[in-house]
Design a protein around this ligand. Structure first.
Ligand SMILES: [Zn+2]
Length: 210
């Protein structure tokens, strides 16, 4: 087929395609604009996110601070966390928040509001009328202090070597596996993966987050 025939075909294909493929597209958050500045993490479009979710900035902020176990403040339209936190981790927390406090589990739309009945929080959908109680995972203080999360940066002593030659150390009640380290090394490790009480990480030059 000649080139211009092909181009003509392509033009025609574009004409017959609907302009927007779907009207009821899945709810999507704005892309999070997060950057690390020294020992802090700046979430630059925080208010854009709470606007889109139609939730109070303080509500989301308190959720994030508790989940991330770090102090932080709203400054203008931004939030500044007083620790280095990966944007992946923040993304995951916002997903959890959205699923817990915003998205209707019946119709999947975010057009909901939180109402309080007795002591129960109910998520009420303005689009389809569905109601569900909000099940807040209660992380007790001791829990959040004793949990390693992906993205955490910890300092450990490599006290052992596994069968495959990877260095291993202990942190709280976790075994942390760190390839490329030797017994006796003290290393800073960024956690990349978790499986039960086994954590996997890589040596990093970034400062420890906990
Ligand atoms: Zn609904």
């Amino acid at each position: 087929m000649a080139d211009n025939d092909y181009m003509a075909l392509l033009d025609r294909a574009k004409e017959v395609l609907p302009e927007t493929i779907e009207n009821h597209e899945r709810f999507e958050l704005p892309e999070l604009d997060i950057l690390q500045e020294g020992k802090t993490t700046v979430f630059r479009n925080f208010i854009d996110v709470t606007d889109k979710l139609r939730r109070g900035p303080q509500h989301l902020l308190q959720f994030l601070l508790k989940e991330l176990g770090t102090p932080g403040n709203i400054e203008g339209r931004r939030v500044v966390f007083k620790a280095k936190i990966s944007s992946l981790t923040i993304n995951e927390k916002i997903q959890t928040y959205t699923e817990t406090y915003v998205i209707c589990s019946e119709c999947g739309l975010p057009d909901t509001k939180i109402v309080k009945e007795d002591r129960t929080l109910i998520l009420e959908c303005e689009a389809c009328g569905a109601r569900r109680s909000i099940n807040v995972r209660k992380a007790s203080k001791s829990d959040s202090q004793n949990i390693i999360r992906v993205g955490d940066i910890i300092e450990i002593l490599i006290s052992d070597v596994g069968k495959k030659g990877d260095g291993m150390g202990k942190c709280m009640d976790y075994i942390v596996v760190v390839p490329g380290t030797a017994r006796g090394n003290t290393v800073r490790v960024k956690i990349t993966n978790l499986s039960g009480k086994t954590a996997f990480g890589l040596v990093t030059a970034e400062p420890a987050t906990r």
